[in-house]
Write a protein that binds this ligand. Structure first.
Ligand SMILES: [Zn+2]
Length: 597
């Protein structure tokens, strides 16, 4: 079984089941038992019952039952040994393993977490005491983060040096690199990952230190934010900054606030809302939603939902349905982030959260606010736009609720709006616009205030772009923009490879490309294998190139072109036969166009 039986018994005896379960749902005492809403099935009246004395639970609805270990296994998605380890950590019991090998993988993870924890302590001490951290301290103070907060969140300072942490931390090279704290440089020496940055330690849901978000000082070099690189213990699509501190209040309030910055999470807490989390340099993912759903049914987005919001609509409605959550959006004054507002006017921040609108309502209001309601034409146009937003919602009942609001605001007959909803959907945006597509736009450019970001199809190029965002290590260096079909995708790809983080790419991009990047970022990782997706892109590109060369050969034949045609003609079927095996597809690169320098 892995762990000595005696130790498993010890862990079971030392664990307070009621306390463990209370971390996940509200329990009410009923006689000698405790009751609550079952976390394993959806229900309105409580049928989940806990016997604290014997340490057992049972649900009369879905028939799930067990002890503390079973509960932790189910709720944290852990295997047996990990669940015992999780509980052992909570009660401070040291486990003995029956099989040395089996414990090894887990010990390795623990080792990595311990190394990150040691680094967090080291960075933190450095911030509090070192003379070279003076500038960082005064910057934090200027943002309203005093010593108490710095301590509470264990904020640290990574000094300006190549290997100061590597030299100071007493861990092996493997562990140092494996924990994402540094890397081996070209000269074979260990080098720190973070340099001259304020670092915010990021903990997993159980409070184990997993990585860092690093922010440069205003005058510092490099991108504004830099996070730990992906590792066995740090996966940004599955981590939420602050979840370890916020989950209890999320359960109590049945509300989770999602923001963008580490200081926003801290800002919400200082304004009395200890239920905020931040994504770590990525847009909200389905994994995040799945995780948050365990703690709360209402998800409140507290970031500029404008660009990402419009693009993410479809996915958000899908998540609402699939995970039975309600997504609402906080309306913040333009250009003000939650951290600022928490400092200048905490009551206003609390009120904004209180008044958060349902996702669709927020978007409809956005259109109404932006429309020109002074003229009949303006009102008609605004109504049409608003119905375009309403139409995207999958529920007819919900859609109809917004008909009245739009009808009132635009002084249009509700039935006329219902007719618009009933009519077939207009053609996709890119056919009507086309500023990134090849060729001139068929109907000319719409006025900018009506411009909406285009949507991506789920084609190979989009998959590669999603790969570049979520698993950039799968993008081989020989991939270049000329291998993409549309200039839109070319620009998006260039923006991605030119920047270390998505944040930076968006910050540097034109508004249009930035909106597309934001839209891509909320799409999940592509489903397929990275190499096969890249292989398919090379294949598509090669087929286009072959067509182009054949055309060229007709007008101006040359031995070079003939050679390329023969090369491509023999390779293309091979790539198809191997199901886009990248090792085979790579050979196409020699015949593919290179970017214009
Ligand atoms: Zn149940």
């Amino acid at each position: 079984m892995g762990i000595e039986d005696e130790d498993i018994r010890k862990v079971r005896d030392a664990t307070d089941l009621v306390q463990i379960i209370s971390g996940h749902l509200q329990l009410r005492k009923v006689g000698r038992r405790w009751q609550g809403l079952c976390p394993f099935h959806n229900e309105k009246s409580p049928s989940f019952s806990v016997n604290g004395e014997d340490g057992l639970y049972h649900c009369f609805g879905c028939q799930k039952s067990g002890d503390a270990i079973t509960f932790v296994r189910e709720i944290e998605h852990l295997d047996f040994v990990s669940a015992v380890e999780y509980l052992a950590r909570k009660s401070g019991i040291t486990l003995r393993y029956t099989d040395k090998d089996e414990g090894a993988g887990r010990r390795k993870r623990t080792q990595l977490h311990d190394a990150v924890d040691a680094a967090a302590n080291w960075y933190h001490d450095r911030l509090l005491t070192a003379p070279d951290a003076r500038e960082a301290r005064s910057y934090l103070r200027s943002r309203g983060l005093d010593g108490d907060m710095v301590r509470a969140y264990k904020i640290g300072w990574a000094p300006d040096g190549w290997d100061i942490l590597a030299q100071s931390l007493k861990v092996s090279r493997d562990v140092f690199v494996g924990a994402g704290l540094g890397f081996v440089n070209k000269r074979g020496r260990l080098q720190d990952h973070f340099r001259a940055r304020i670092v915010f330690p990021i903990f997993d849901v159980n409070g184990a230190a997993s990585g860092f978000g690093g922010r440069k000082l205003p005058e510092g070099e490099g991108p504004k934010y830099k996070n730990s690189s992906e590792s066995t213990i740090y996966a940004k699509s599955r981590l939420l900054y602050g979840l370890n501190w916020s989950k209890d209040e999320m359960v109590r309030a049945n509300e989770a606030i999602i923001c963008e910055g580490y200081t926003d999470v801290i800002g919400f807490a200082r304004a009395g809302m200890h239920r905020a989390v931040a994504t770590c340099g990525t847009a909200l993912t389905e994994d995040h939603v799945r995780m948050l759903k365990r703690f709360s049914q209402r998800l409140v987005l507290a970031f500029d939902a404008d660009a990402a919001g419009q693009a993410a609509a479809e996915r958000i409605y899908e998540w609402e349905r699939k995970y039975e959550v309600d997504v609402a959006v906080v309306r913040l004054p333009d250009g003000v982030d939650p951290a600022d507002l928490a400092r200048s006017d905490p009551e206003a921040l609390a009120a904004a959260v209180e008044e958060a609108q349902p996702f669709l309502g927020f978007r409809v209001q956005r259109v109404l606010d932006g429309g020109n309601l002074d003229s009949a034409e303006g009102r008609a146009r605004t109504a049409e736009q608003a119905m375009g937003v309403v139409r995207e919602h999958p529920s007819g009942l919900v859609r109809d609720q917004y008909v009245m609001q739009v009808a009132d605001a635009c002084r249009v007959e509700p039935d006329r709006l219902r007719q618009i909803l009933a009519a077939p959907a207009p053609p996709p945006q890119q056919e009507r616009r086309g500023n990134y597509n090849d060729g001139p736009p068929p109907y000319g450019e719409p006025p900018p205030e009506f411009a909406e970001p285009e949507s991506f199809d789920d084609d190979t190029e989009t998959q590669v772009l999603r790969l570049a965002i979520h698993r950039p290590e799968h993008i081989p260096p020989y991939l270049n923009a000329a291998m993409f079909r549309t200039s839109r995708n070319q620009q998006v790809f260039l923006a991605l490879i030119a920047h270390e983080t998505l944040h930076d790419a968006i910050a540097d991009a034109s508004p249009a490309i930035g909106a597309l990047l934001a839209q891509l970022a909320v799409l999940d990782e592509p489903d397929g294998e990275g190499p096969a997706i890249v292989g398919q892109l090379l294949y598509d590109s090669a087929r286009r190139e072959l067509g182009r060369l054949r055309g060229e050969a007709k007008h101006s034949p040359s031995p070079t072109i003939d050679k390329a045609i023969v090369g491509l003609q023999s390779l293309i079927p091979k790539v198809l036969d191997t199901n886009f095996d990248l090792a085979v597809a790579e050979e196409l690169v020699a015949w593919l166009p290179t970017p214009r320098e």
